[in-house]
Design a protein. Structure first.
Ligand SMILES: [Zn+2]
Length: 280
């Protein structure tokens, strides 16, 4: 069973579609889904989804969430907008801070504002001990510089939708971070990323969809209009191919890594069950 450690079910999904989307995930063999925060408005909707579906289990995947403000939103929000995170982190089903980071590729928001917002969220992670979900694009050096200014936990979180090459893997995993591979891993031209997936340490690899974005290659050819958690299987299959693993081995490794990257998941029964399934 496979895990989608990063999706946004509040973007391009209507509330009445979500039960179907979550059931599709279980039918495809997806055991756990992490709903990632995007901004305060979308966080509220994410919390509503968690309230509606609980922690999953049964005919649903295990569910949990994160809270954060995406760098694309840095012109709309500033450091003071994360003040309410503290109260929300008391929820048992909120297990990380993010996504947060720097995006100097799209440059949708002013870079100084992106850095201010990123610093505020990294500082909160350092203070609270929560892992970070990091978005970093065309901003590798600056991302690392900022992270190195803080006293982060031993396992400080994940570089989601890992998009750098094999050389940067050593730096990121050396700092204790996990690297998460998304649907772009399946793109034939993404050769640098393929090398990175071959090289990443076995105990640092995660899988995700970044739904509704990054539709994997075969799903794209089927003219699927948006990515959803069920599509993480195609990425896990591609990862298996690169590593020479069976899909079962990949999913066991990724399940254990997910629980280690986000230790609070072990307090949530359907996620703890995943851990027991792998240990058995
Ligand atoms: Zn995302």
């Amino acid at each position: 069973m496979v895990v989608d450690t990063h999706c946004h079910l509040t973007l391009r999904f209507e509330p009445d579609e979500l039960a179907g989307v979550l059931h599709n995930a279980v039918d495809a063999g997806v055991e756990g889904v992490l709903l990632v925060g995007y901004c305060p408005v979308h966080y509220r909707r994410t919390a509503d989804i968690l309230d509606q579906f609980g922690s999953g289990g049964g005919s649903l995947p295990a569910l949990a969430g994160t809270i954060g403000i995406h760098p694309h939103e840095a012109d709309n929000y500033g450091p003071s907008d994360i003040e309410f995170f503290g109260g929300e982190l008391e929820r048992q089903d909120i297990v990380a801070i993010g996504e947060t980071g720097l995006d100097f590729f799209r440059d949708y928001a002013d870079r100084t504002r992106q850095e201010d917002l990123f610093n505020a969220q990294v500082a909160l992670a350092a203070e609270s001990g929560y892992p970070l979900v990091i978005h970093s694009r065309n901003a590798f050096d600056r991302t690392i510089e900022i992270l190195e200014n803080y006293d982060l936990p031993d396992k400080p979180g994940v570089f989601h939708c890992y998009g750098y090459g094999p050389d940067e893997i050593d730096k990121v995993t050396g700092m204790g971070f996990y690297v998460s591979f998304a649907g772009n891993l399946t793109y034939p031209k993404a050769t640098e990323l393929h090398s990175a997936a071959r090289k990443a340490p076995e105990d640092r690899i995660l899988t995700e969809t970044d739904s509704p974005f990054l539709i994997p290659n075969k799903a794209k050819n089927r003219k699927v209009r948006r990515c959803e958690p069920a599509n993480v299987i195609e990425t896990a299959e591609k990862l298996s191919e690169f590593r020479g693993w069976t899909l079962e081995k990949t999913s066991n490794i990724v399940s254990v890594n997910t629980l280690n990257c986000f230790p609070l998941l072990r307090n949530i029964e359907p996620w703890a069950e995943i851990g027991r399934g792998v240990d058995a």
